[in-house]
Design a protein around this ligand. Structure first.
Ligand SMILES: Nc1ncnc2c1ncn2[C@@H]1O[C@H](COP(=O)(O)OP(=O)(O)OP(=O)(O)O)[C@@H](O)[C@H]1O
Length: 610
């Protein structure tokens, strides 16, 4: 109950935040229009009585036409107000959800099923909240209409109050059905998420070749249909139950309506009711029915809205808490000593076993460090911890002695450059796709929204052509750019009518991007050239080293993850991982002299090339 109340408060706040004035106007209009309906019936009754010789026609006509004018004017005005209010709510919620999903410093929240479910549900249904003022207003309006109708009917005969009472029964049926349906939605959210994921696999153009080559289409579409069935079975059953209950309540109301008319006719014949009373019952009884219908619609919509508002409120609480772990200190301008991992252990969210265990290692300033080890040994996880996508579960990472947790994560990341195996294919112009390696100097579309906290730290003037040339050469992307019809200004990607690139060409642009940031404190290269042959990877690393002179000047550390030991041997320090633990460390010569697993693997790889 308390949760529902919190959701209701959140719902009202969301609407008022969009525009207090528009929200208040909408509410007022709805209330005024609510009184106008029953007043019209009252006006007609007065006219009928006047025609049969009781009272004046003028008074009845004034009430009738006054109520009609208010209803019409209110309708026109409320339409305009509602649209503006709805737009405000939609824009506000859209950017809030985006902020909630992206503001936490790490990415752990995306991997927690409850957060993923609630984020998915909120994203899918947040537009429902646009109509909050209308729905709450309409509920209030119905209550006012019903109160007016109650007074008018009670004036004729108290027994007629049975009609609005049956309306309450209908309302209960509707609320019960709506609650059952929302419950069915909540318990089937997981199937919805799986279905979305599978749809993404089937419909993503990049997956087309593999899906067809393995003949997976049939199997995947069957799986999608299965998730659809699992999701919709309980939802349809809940909906059907709700409908049956509502139909039963409506039939009961219809019978009571018939009985009420017979009853008031009997009263009129006995001289205990006027012809105006008969007309009024005939007009008001359907209004009670409509009121019950509108109120049950409002209740159904409100229950759905409360669910969505509840998700948003929950996300605010949980993700807001995660935002709190963002530190406030600035990173050092230059690294004087290096980065130390002290007794670091790490387990992924919701995972039972730690992936890294009690890792202690010193990465000296200005050095190139290579991470090697079997698949799943924990190399990428260490890279993610250094980029502060996650915080260690135990132990700490010290940057020149300062705990990384105390450093502002955005400021820290603005001093990191990176090249990954799973790089992003930005379908912008080639200039932008490369320049995004240092967005603060790119200008234009990457500038933050007004009022939003900037993720982009200014680090110098806009790029010159020389900056691009140097990065393109270092990333070995010159041939790719030369073949583009408009050079750097060519739009990339077929989706927006641009030029499509091959996997290797995209990769070279990603590498050029990694060279755009000047004076980084940390360069993270996680198998950035996995799709290239060993010689090209070697040459790339040489270029990276040459370009890293500036990095070394600032004490910057280059961290390279690679399975090719011929490339790795040039590193100052090689760290060998096995099953989440650091088993060997030292220079190539040291490790070869030790004769451990590194030396064994190096010999094995070298013999394959002899
Ligand atoms: N997001 C995640 N959630 C849960 N477990 C994860 C996640 N990412 C990786 N893991 C697990 O952590 C372990 C280490 O993964 P990691 O990616 O660090 O290995 P790696 O040494 O980089 O492997 P590779 O050489 O294959 O890239 C693996 O067992 C993997 O299953």
């Amino acid at each position: 109950m308390r949760e529902r109340w919190d959701s209701l408060v959140a719902l009202v706040r969301i609407t008022v935040a969009a525009s207090p004035w528009l929200a208040a106007t909408e509410l007022l209009l709805v209330v005024v229009m609510a009184v106008a309906g029953p007043l019209q019936a009252y006006g007609v009754a007065r006219i009928v009585n006047a025609v049969t010789g009781q009272g004046s026609v003028t008074a009845g006509a004034i009430i009738l036409f006054g109520a009609l004018a208010v209803a019409f004017g209110g309708l026109v005005l409320s339409d305009a107000v509602r649209h503006r209010l709805e737009d405000g709510i939609e824009i506000g919620l859209q950017s809030e959800l985006l902020d909630l999903a992206t503001k936490p410093p790490g990415i752990g929240h995306h991997e927690q099923p409850e957060i993923a479910d609630r984020l998915g549900a909120a994203r899918e249904e947040f537009r429902r909240l646009k109509g909050t003022a209308g729905t709450i207003g309409s509920g209030l309006a119905v209550l006012i209409t019903t109160a007016t109708v109650l007074v008018l009917l009670a004036g004729i005969h108290p027994l007629l109050l049975t009609l609005p009472l049956l309306g309450v029964l209908r309302l209960w049926a509707s609320a019960y059905g709506a609650r059952q349906f929302r419950h069915a939605i909540t318990v089937t959210m997981e199937y919805n998420r799986r279905q979305a994921k599978l749809l993404d696999v089937v419909s993503h153009p990049g997956h087309g070749l593999e899906v067809r080559a393995f003949g997976l289409r049939g199997m995947l579409t069957d799986k999608i249909a299965e998730q659809f069935r699992l999701q919709n079975g309980p939802r349809w059953r809940a909906r059907r139950q709700g409908h049956l209950l509502e139909i039963a309540a409506r039939v009961l109301f219809g019978l009571a309506y018939g009985a009420a008319i017979v009853f008031v006719l009997w009263l009129a014949r006995a001289g205990r009711a006027t012809p105006g009373d008969v007309t009024m019952v005939m007009l008001l009884a359907p209004q009670t029915d409509q009121a019950a219908q509108r109120l049950s619609d409002s209740v159904r919509v409100l229950i759905a809205m409360l669910d969505v508002a509840g998700h948003i409120q929950w996300l605010r609480r949980h993700l807001g808490h995660q935002v709190a772990w963002a530190g406030a200190e600035e990173p050092p301008t230059t690294l004087r000593h290096g980065i130390e991992l002290r007794n670091v252990s790490f387990a992924y969210p919701a995972a039972e076993r730690p992936v890294l265990r009690d890792l202690s290692v010193y990465l000296p300033a200005g050095s190139t460090v290579a991470l090697v080890g079997d698949n799943g040994a924990g190399k990428t996880t260490m890279v993610k911890l250094l980029a502060r996508l996650y915080d260690p579960t135990d132990g700490s990472i010290l940057v020149d002695g300062a705990d990384l947790r105390a450093i502002n994560h955005q400021a820290w990341r603005s001093r990191i450059s990176a090249g990954f195996q799973d790089f992003v294919r930005y379908e912008y112009t080639a200039r932008e796709a490369i320049g995004l390696g240092e967005p603060s100097r790119l200008g234009g579309p990457t500038q933050p929204r007004a009022g939003a906290e900037s993720e982009v730290r200014t680090s110098g003037d806009a790029f010159t052509d020389d900056s691009y040339d140097a990065a393109i050469d270092a990333g070995d992307a010159r041939a790719v750019i030369d073949r583009l019809p408009d050079g750097l200004d060519t739009r990339l990607g077929k989706r927006f009518g641009g030029t499509q690139l091959s996997g290797g060409q995209w990769q070279r642009l990603a590498l050029a991007r990694a060279f755009m940031r000047e004076r980084p404190l940390l360069v993270l290269l996680d198998e950035p050239a996995a799709a290239l042959d060993p010689e090209t990877e070697h040459a790339l690393l040489d270029r990276f080293n040459a370009a890293s002179t500036a990095t070394r000047e600032t004490g910057g550390i280059t961290l390279l993850v690679s399975h090719r030991l011929s490339t790795v041997r040039m590193a100052d320090l090689i760290l060998v991982f096995e099953n989440g633990e650091l088993t060997e460390s030292g220079s190539h010569e040291d490790l070869m002299a030790t004769g451990g697993s590194y030396a064994e693997l190096f010999e094995l790889q070298a013999s394959a090339y002899r």
